[in-house]
Write a protein that binds this ligand. Structure first.
Ligand code: CAA
Length: 258
């Protein structure tokens, strides 16, 4: 796999792991680092062996957001020409499940990266925050949209306007995270969850992600049509034949992802 400067990658069983690794700057996300994260995730996406991905951060924080030093002298034309968030947007195009295992500070762009994951597991003591307003700006990598779709307009406005730090338990209460665990168990829990998903038929897992994601954007009718097509599509897979045959024969199915 490619050598990276700001992240480390590894594979455990069928799980591809990306760790943000710029701990002295609390994993603040410079442009190269975002590019590396996306390239690593895309490599896992294309690796037939990998079924689930995990993103986590080394050091005291998952990520304190976009690198302010790098952005401070930018102007709007430069951001437009750079297409600043194009790499960030690529995360949402990935079809394999992504689990975020977060701890410490999950701020700004770090929070946006976390919100791009499909499942979020947070260590006790994690703080989530959109501090951009204190810098005279606002979230720009999907924060106003993804948070609002999760927690509703009023809470989203309150949190983003005030730059309030949200505790892990508050995030759990509002459905921002799936579960809160003791810090020392964070990666173990993420791996456990990933392991469960990795044993399921990969095509069904993929089309479930696609269909559930569409529910956020589509009307109920459009979403149902989308779901149905995916349901029908799965009946062309070997895994559907195997899954149903194994049920009838009362044995454990062997899924291949085809
Ligand atoms: N960008 C650049 N450098 C950062 C950073 C960031 N987002 N976050 C932390 N750092 C650096 C600090 O400058 C400091 O560097 P030095 O050691 O060289 O001085 C080092 O990391 C440690 O940080 P602190 O000394 O500030 O540590 P602390 O424990 O006192 O505070 C913190 C931690 C609360 C996270 C604080 O660093 C902080 O508030 N960081 C900025 C958070 C922020 O505003 N994030 C939003 C960025 S904008 C964005 O993300 C836009 C978007 O939508 C994509």
């Amino acid at each position: 796999m490619t050598e990276f400067q700001f992240i480390t990658t590894s594979i455990q069983k069928e799980i591809g792991i990306v760790e943000l690794n710029r701990p002295k700057q609390y994993n603040s996300l410079n442009r190269q680092m975002v590019r590396e994260i996306v390239e690593a995730l895309e490599a896992f996406e294309h690796d037939e062996f990998v079924r689930v991905m995990i993103i986590s951060g080394r050091g005291k924080a998952f990520s304190s957001g976009a690198d302010i030093d790098e952005m401070a002298s930018d102007d709007s034309i430069r951001l437009e020409l750079l297409n600043q968030f194009a790499d960030w947007d690529r995360v949402a195009l990935l079809k394999k499940p992504i689990i975020g295992a977060v701890h410490g500070y999950v701020f700004g762009g770090g929070f946006e990266l976390a919100l791009s994951c499909d499942v979020l597991i947070a260590a006790e003591g994690t703080e989530f925050c959109f501090p951009e307003v204190n810098l005279g700006v606002m979230p720009g990598a999907g924060g106003t949209q993804r948070l609002t779709k999760l927690v509703g307009r009023t809470k989203s406005l309150e949190w983003i306007w005030s730059a309030k730090r949200i505790t892990a338990n508050e995030a759990l209460q509002y459905g921002v995270v799936n579960r809160v665990v003791q810090p020392e168990l964070l990666l173990e829990e993420a791996l456990k969850f990933a392991d469960t998903i990795s044993k399921k038929p990969p095509l069904a897992i993929r089309l479930i992600k696609e269909s559930v994601t569409k529910a956020v954007d589509y009307s109920l009718y459009e979403g149902m049509q989308y779901e149905r097509k995916n349901f029908y599509l799965l009946f062309s897979s070997e895994d559907q034949k195997e899954g149903m045959k194994a049920f009838v024969e009362k044995r454990t199915p062997q899924f291949k992802g085809r």
